[in-house]
Design a protein around this ligand. Structure first.
Ligand SMILES: CC(C)(COP(=O)(O)OP(=O)(O)OC[C@H]1O[C@@H](n2cnc3c(N)ncnc32)[C@H](O)[C@@H]1OP(=O)(O)O)[C@@H](O)C(=O)NCCC(=O)NCCS
Length: 171
């Protein structure tokens, strides 16, 4: 029996994660435009890369770059421990092309970024996500991120964001 289309997609896309390099820029910009309403200039992507290259990671299949995650490290009030300052990883953007979703790539990208951020000395990690983005919220909750607060009108179109955060342990 032949696999159905969904199964075939899953079978044909083995992938590996590797660090972003500047030659990936156009592929990453394309994924970002396809997947998210928040689009950035090439300069912005490169600035995020330079600020924390080890936590800018791509997922590559034999055919193409299928997903990416990019992060910064910031210093500010802790989202997980009250009245404390902390070195915090910030997941700026993560996306997987629609045809490569539900194969574990998104989760692997986030896991790899969390390891890289912890290795960079981050004590916790946070991100903003549209409150209506059920797939992404479910992914983060599954990874034990918690909703720290809701930021109303966070996005240009007026949509609200959850700020979600997770404690990191030093490697
Ligand atoms: C969110 C996103 C990165 C997930 O990528 P992915 O490779 O499909 O994720 P995974 O296959 O690793 O899924 C991990 C978990 O996420 C959740 N999830 C992902 N897609 C889902 C969907 N369509 N419906 C319900 N849950 C979903 C599930 O809990 C899933 O675990 P499970 O497969 O064991 O049920 C992807 O959907 C995407 O690029 N979305 C558009 C961009 C975006 O929203 N980025 C996040 C902005 S903060």
């Amino acid at each position: 029996m032949y696999p159905d289309t969904e199964s075939a997609k899953m079978l044909e896309a083995p992938h590996l994660l590797r660090p972003f390099n500047p030659q990936d820029l156009s592929a990453v910009i394309e994924i970002n435009r396809v997947c998210l309403p928040e689009n950035y200039s090439p300069y912005f992507f490169m600035e995020v890369f330079k600020s924390c290259p080890e936590a800018f990671i791509v997922a590559e299949t034999s055919a193409k770059v299928a997903g990416y995650i990019m992060c910064r490290v910031e210093f500010g009030f802790s989202d997980t421990r009250r009245f404390r300052m902390a070195r915090k990883g910030h997941i700026v953007s993560v996306a997987v092309l629609p045809e490569y979703r539900r194969q574990g790539i998104g989760r692997e990208l986030v896991e790899a970024a969390l390891r890289a951020l912890a290795g960079n000395g981050a004590e916790e990690c946070f991100l903003e996500v549209r409150t209506v983005n059920e797939e992404a919220v479910r992914l983060y909750k599954q990874m034990t991120f918690e909703i720290t607060r809701t930021i109303t009108h966070y996005y240009h179109d007026g949509a609200d964001a959850y700020l979600m955060s997770i404690k990191l342990t030093r490697p």
